[in-house]
Ligand binder design. Structure first.
Ligand code: PEP
Ligand code: MG
Length: 879
């Protein structure tokens, strides 16, 4: 018997799918299918799957017969449902062909509208609608879009002609063009098409469709889509689906229109419908920001029935998806159609407010709320705002719409490429444009902030800026931008390229000059949300903090202690570094002791203040780990002063400095090695820590239990040696003060040998803290200071990604950590384990550390909230 092989299904009618099929049908396709299931009025159509787009590449970037056959069948069905046909010029079927990836990539891929129009069928459309101007305008738009998307003909060739006709007839807007003028334009457009492509504009709708589907598949790999995926960590092999859907027209007259709405405010999260629409326009006009749209509320007055229907649908969709929706609609001759619904992009503040509100409304659980907040979004919340007093004195130039919060100052540049190159030169820039388009993405990413003269809150600039967390002001209509003369004017005030302005992405205000900033204000919703985060996570999040000021900052951001105090950083201030330098440059123990006494005073006071600020929370203090090149004086005048103060001749002093210089200081005389050659340095520090702790304990009326950490240990004997010295000094302190406290001595695991021999080391250590910076440096043999020069090349060539200094290399360095955890616990089951390298603030690495069952991560204060959220997400990822 012959086996029946069922052909793979590549084409789904909307009625065949549902919202859980985003991987196959793309987000848009899955949502169109879901809306069909919900009985919401959408134009009929079908989806060609993402699998088809993957196969398209395997087939040498062309459609194959089996797929064409399935498309053909779906078309026949569409023709039956709509009563229109590709083959009947009197009743032409017109469709849109849109991309739709599984993960939304707004505006990054291509779309073709009005497909199906030909020189014959445009006449049918004119008769059918009784509106020849509309018909020819649709054809004109189609030719331009098809030429651009399918054939790569630059849009400006067409736009130039359009502008010229408008200028000749003294018209301000496109919709003022008459039918004869549009007919002429169509003829001109066809000529441009012929000239640029060497062929006539295709007159067979099926041919148009196949070419458009191929072009949309290809647009998955256009430059901006690739960049967007890189920025948002979207895999390159997902492919895009294509949605083919009957056209409905918002530009049929004054009882037609098109709009976009969010079911909640995407900037603040407030529970209010926020939308915009344009009468007599197509959807692209709203998104492109070419005409400034009207608020959705105005629709009530113009078309009350559509408005109320829309409100009802918006409510239904939000309840159904249990999330804020971003909805596109069109009204065709008074009839409302939904074109798209998806989870709306939002600012971090809005994301938190919406998640918290939805939990309070009983719609989602706290776990779902936590899953929904992206760790990167939290970064936005920590963005600064302008200093309120400085603002009062600032010269305001104008006001637009605050589209993405934050405060930015920078030099004005009018093109995205210039902004990107300014970034490389270390210049902070504001990108100023009439409106932005997808090509501007790289410049937007490089800018401090974005200002546009046109467009609404759903324009490209606004949506993209919110997505990437950039401060952005749009629709600043008081601004006149002359991109050629490179000027930005507000009335008679003219800003030239390179002048500095400031923009406020919350209020929409634009100011002249630079304005000082203050830190972000965290809201009550943020506090509520972070309480849920804390309740869920099991990994503690501590901070790397080196001064009393850092400690206060870290505590404010929710740190549960200090996991790493780098004591050498306490001497970076000018007035302190001298004592440190003299200590390093001393010739004898007795001379060194003089300067160590100066350092002791400073450190004791710092530790005291930090312990008090911590009020009982733990602090791990690392003994000095100064790479010598960072601490030796360089300035000749200072060298002379120090030599004189230390009673040495300049020549002798310089010789001695030369003898201390190292070829490779990062692998040199640092960390525990310093303590081995100068045990008096470690002793001084142990004294400062213990005395500071005793004093702080007295001040607070509770005991402090300091953790003393020895850096760069590779051999257990190093640790044993230092430990003895420290313990002896501490015993002296206890004796002198007639008082004892509990303390711990542990080590960093940051030299590969330490990880491999962690069982032996654990016998001497009360705790381990993984110094993943050095562990990565020494594990890979990549210099921390120099690897930046070539690691980008590694990423570009797909040899190593992501950068192992940002995200832990699970396969190699992670294995060292895992091995040390097992070995350490085999000797001391309860040994305290944490991470204090930069990876302690990186979400992906945190997930790995959580899986290893570590007790804490420690990171810089500003990353603490992100780390807390990542730790909670790690719990959810595990189940
Ligand atoms: C480390 O190496 O990971 C570490 C925390 O120490 P430092 O960065 O100070 O070398
Ligand atoms: Mg280190």
């Amino acid at each position: 018997m012959e086996a029946i092989v069922k052909a793979k299904k590549f084409v789904y009618e909307f009625s065949e799918g549902n919202k859980s099929q985003a991987t196959l049908l793309g987000g848009k396709g899955a949502n169109l299918a879901e809306m069909t299931r919900l009985g919401i009025q959408i134009p009929e159509g079908f989806t060609i799957t993402t699998e088809a787009s993957i196969q398209f590449y395997q087939e040498g970037k062309q459609l194959w017969d089996a797929l064409k056959e399935q498309i053909e069948n779906a078309l026949i069905d569409l023709e039956r449902k709509t009563g229109k046909s590709f083959d009947d010029p009197k009743k032409p079927l017109l469709v849109s062909v849109r991309s739709g990836a599984a993960i939304s990539m707004p505006g990054m891929m291509d779309t073709v509208l009005n497909l199906g129009l030909t020189t014959e069928s445009v006449k049918g459309l004119a008769v059918q609608t009784g509106n020849p101007a509309f018909a020819y305008d649709s054809y004109r738009r189609f030719i331009q879009m098809f030429a651009d998307v399918v054939k790569g003909v630059p849009r400006v060739f067409f736009e130039r002609e359009l502008e010229q006709v408008k200028a000749v007839h003294q018209l301000e807007f496109d919709y003022q063009l008459t039918a004869p003028q549009l007919m002429d334009l169509v003829t001109t457009y066809q000529k441009i098409y012929q000239r640029e492509t060497g062929e006539a504009f295709p007159q067979v709708p099926r041919e148009q469709l196949y070419q458009a589907v191929e072009a949309v598949f290809r647009s998955w790999n256009n430059e901006r889509a690739i960049l967007y995926r890189e920025l948002h960590h979207i895999p390159d092999d997902l492919g895009t689906a294509v949605n083919v859907q009957r056209m409905v027209f918002g530009n049929l007259g004054n009882d037609s229109g098109t709009g976009v709405a969010f079911t909640r405010n995407p900037s603040t999260g407030d529970k209010e419908l926020l939308g915009e629409f344009l009468i007599n326009a197509q959807g692209e006009d709203v998104v492109a920001g070419i005409r400034t749209p009207r608020p959705i509320k105005d629709l009530e007055r113009l078309d009350s029935s559509s408005y109320h229907q829309f409100l009802e649908i918006a409510r239904t969709l939000e309840n159904h998806y249990e999330d804020m929706q971003d909805i596109e609609f069109t009204i065709e001759s008074g009839k409302l159609y939904l074109l798209q619904t998806r989870s709306g992009k939002r600012t971090a503040a809005a994301a938190i407010k919406i998640a918290v509100d939805l939990v309070h409304e009983g719609k989602i659980t706290k776990e779902v709320a936590i899953k929904r907040i992206d760790t990167k979004q939290l970064d936005q919340l920590l963005h600064p705002t302008f200093d309120p007093t400085a603002i009062q004195q600032a010269a305001q130039l104008g006001k637009g719409l605050g589209a993405s919060p934050g405060a930015a100052s920078g030099k004005v540049y009018f093109d995205a490429e210039r902004v990107a190159s300014a970034k490389h030169e270390g210049i902070k820039a504001i990108l100023v444009r009439k409106e932005t388009s997808a090509e501007d993405l790289a410049g937007m990413v490089s800018s401090e902030g974005i200002l546009t003269a046109r467009g609404g809150l759903t324009s490209h600039a606004a949506v993209v800026a919110r997505g990437i967390g950039k401060c952005c002001v749009v629709g600043c209509s008081a601004a006149t931008i002359d991109e050629e003369a490179k000027t930005l004017s507000f009335g008679n005030q003219v800003i030239h390229e390179g002048d500095v302005i400031s923009i406020d992405g919350a209020s929409g205000n634009v100011y002249r000059g630079r304005i000082s900033k203050t830190k972000a204000q965290l809201t009550e919703d943020y506090d509520t949300f972070m309480t849920w985060v804390n309740d869920l996570k099991t990994l503690k999040v501590k901070a790397n903090a080196d001064t009393p000021k850092d400690v206060l900052q870290a505590l404010q951001l929710g740190a549960e202690g200090v996991g790493l105090c780098r004591t050498e950083h306490m001497f970076f201030q000018k007035d302190r570094i001298k004592s440190m330098r003299k200590m390093i440059l001393s010739h004898s123990v007795s001379e060194r002791q003089v300067y160590l006494n100066e350092l002791l005073e400073m450190q004791r006071q710092d530790f005291f203040e930090m312990f008090v600020a911590l009020n009982g929370k733990s602090m791990t203090i690392r003994l000095l780990d100064p790479p010598l090149h960072e601490f030796l004086p360089r300035d000749p005048e200072e060298i002379q002063t120090i030599a004189t103060e230390m009673g040495q001749s300049l020549t002798d002093f310089e010789h001695y400095m030369d003898s201390l210089a190292e070829v490779n200081p990062m692998l040199g005389h640092r960390g525990v090695r310093l303590g081995i050659t100068y045990p008096e340095v470690s002793r001084m520090q142990a004294r400062a820590i213990i005395e500071g702790a005793i004093l702080a304990g007295k001040e607070m009326g509770k005991k402090v239990e300091p953790q003393i950490m020895v850096p760069l240990v590779g051999i257990v004997s190093e640790l044993s040696y230092i430990k003895k010295e420290i313990e002896a000094e501490i015993a002296d302190v206890f004796l002198e003060r007639g008082e004892e406290i509990i303390y711990k001595i542990g080590t960093m695991i940051e030299v590969p040998r330490a990880a491999i021999t962690a069982d032996t080391i654990a016998k001497e250590a009360d705790f381990f803290s993984f110094g993943t910076n050095d562990l990565t440096q020494m594990g890979f043999g990549f210099s921390r200071d120099d690897a930046g020069k070539f690691l980008q090349e590694y990423e570009d060539k797909n040899l190593l990604s992501p950068n192992p200094f940002h995200t832990i290399d699970v396969e190699g360095i992670g294995k060292l950590v895992e091995m040390a955890v097992q070995l350490g616990r085999s000797v001391k089951p309860n040994i305290e384990l944490g991470v204090c390298g930069e990876h302690g603030g990186d979400p992906e690495s945190i997930n790995f550390f959580h899986k290893l069952g570590l007790e804490y991560v420690s990171c810089s204060p500003f990353r603490v909230p992100i780390a807390r959220l990542a730790a909670a997400k790690a719990v959810l990822a595990k189940v």
